[in-house]
Design a protein around this ligand. Structure first.
Ligand code: OGA
Ligand code: NI
Length: 217
């Protein structure tokens, strides 16, 4: 990971709120994690990769029990290679790395690495209720999603539904610039049916270096 040498006081106010939320409730939402310009930059990258047909149907389960099942999830993804990402994506990775440094200083998650992909849900698609930690692999600690949907309206669907205790839930609209984070092991969630295409960067903070955890899958 890149080293981050500074952090503005503004950032730490938002990040405090994230740490508190993760510790108390297992999830947290932060608006304006990305600026409008950063959002626009990543949308352009997504459109570029769509044109190049680089997006693939997402699967469920890790490695050998990998399956494609449209009835569970309908999103298309492109994994991000941090060594080969375009500038606007690099910018977001820098923010994610800042956040990881902050988390590692303020709580004991021991994040060593992260993995993430560009994501696009076509209109009509969804992702059924699930948790993000695979059965045979416990390396995913914190899930994070940076939403990229400008002008998202009520009625466009695609809310992230986070399930809480005692049959409660909250719905998070995937509006541009917003970051949603939650504990990968314990928070069930789903993506409600989208009535517009829905874009994000979706990732996981890992408690092992990425390469090793891949071998252990
Ligand atoms: C996932 C997921 C939620 C979202 O990709 O595992 O649950 O809001 N995404 O995109
Ligand atoms: Ni998920």
């Amino acid at each position: 990971m890149h080293n981050i040498l500074y952090m503005s006081s503004n950032i730490s106010i938002g990040y405090d709120h994230l740490v508190d939320g993760l510790a108390k409730d297992g999830y947290a939402i932060l608006d304006d994690f990305l600026s409008e310009q950063e959002v626009r930059g990543v949308i352009d990258v997504i459109n570029f990769h769509l044109d190049q047909e680089n997006f693939k149907r997402a699967g469920i389960g890790a490695a050998d029990d990998f399956q494609l099942d449209k009835t569970v999830r309908g999103d298309l993804i492109k994994w991000i290679d941090p060594t080969d990402a375009r500038e606007p994506v690099q910018q977001v990775l820098k923010r994610v790395e800042e956040l990881i440094q902050y988390l590692n200083r303020s709580c004991y998650l021991g994040i060593k690495d992260y993995e993430c992909h560009l994501t696009r849900y076509p209109s009509g698609s969804f992702y059924e209720r699930h948790v993000d930690q695979f059965q045979h692999s416990t390396n995913r600690q914190v899930s994070f999603i940076c939403y990229l949907n400008e002008n998202w309206q009520k009625g466009d669907g695609g809310e992230l539904r986070i399930y809480l205790e005692e049959d409660q839930h909250i719905d998070v609209e995937p509006v541009a610039g917003r970051l949603a984070c939650f504990l990968s092991e314990s928070i069930p969630h789903e993506v409600l049916v989208c009535h517009q295409p829905r874009m994000s960067i979706t990732g996981w903070m890992l408690n092992q270096p990425h390469d090793l955890s891949f071998l252990l899958n």
